[in-house]
Design a protein. Structure first.
Length: 197
């Protein structure tokens, strides 16, 4: 077993074609809150992995007590590392937009849409990291989800930001009501990118 990543939230181990995501104690959080939060996010991540219809790692098992999730290892590239130099970025952006539409149609809000939480494998996008996901049918929540992705792309991929987000947004097929809400969310501009909590 090897450590794949010591993330902001969890330690990720790889064991053959399995990934183990273990949410570990955060020393700076008050014990009780820390435990509740880790339990809640573990449960939520497993539930969403089970329900969601977009490409994602298959859930193998969940251990709520020890806050461990076992899932399929996606043997691809983290989108963040290759996005700027992708030859078929337009095609990939269309796939991203369509899949976000798909998850929002299921009333699942990812909660942390960034290129660090997407893996590209065989020209397909796999979504990961559902610990901050929630269920909602509100346009507001969907608009904020996309707005956070826009901010993340602007911050990490500023050279290709404009055309990339445009493609994603177009492929999402926003209707008039969504566009209006999206503009409203943007003009408020009070949403912060999550890092760590
Ligand atoms: N199923 C998987 N297959 C392949 N790699 C994975 C998988 N799950 C996680 N990873 C790798 O581990 C990293 C961290 O996983 P994840 O995003 O779920 O945890 P995190 O604690 O939120 O980390 P971070 O705060 O760095 O995003 C991912 O960016 C990815 O590189
Ligand atoms: Mg992550």
């Amino acid at each position: 077993m090897e450590i794949l990543q010591q993330g902001a939230e969890a330690v990720i181990y790889k064991d053959k074609n399995k990934v183990i995501k273990h949410r570990i104690k955060k020393e700076y959080r008050i014990n009780e809150i820390d435990e509740k939060l880790r339990k809640f996010r573990t449960k939520r991540e497993a539930k969403v992995l089970e329900k969601i219809d977009v490409k994602k790692p298959k859930l193998i098992s969940v251990d709520n007590k020890n806050m461990k999730i076992e899932m399929e290892f996606i043997n691809g590239d983290l989108l963040k590392d290759i996005f700027d130099k992708l030859k078929n970025r337009k095609e990939i952006c269309i796939k991203i937009g369509k899949q976000i539409r798909q998850m929002h149609n299921q009333n699942i809000i990812h909660g942390d849409l960034t290129t660090s939480n997407m893996i590209l494998k065989n020209d397909e996008i796999y979504f990961i990291d559902f610990g901050l996901s929630f269920f909602s049918d509100k346009i507001e929540d969907k608009a904020v989800d996309l707005h956070l992705l826009k901010q993340a792309i602007r911050a990490k991929h500023y050279k290709v930001f404009y055309e990339s987000f445009e493609e994603i947004f177009r492929a999402y097929h926003p209707d008039k009501e969504f566009m209006k809400r999206f503009e409203k969310v943007e003009s408020r501009g009070r949403y912060k990118l999550r890092k760590g909590f």
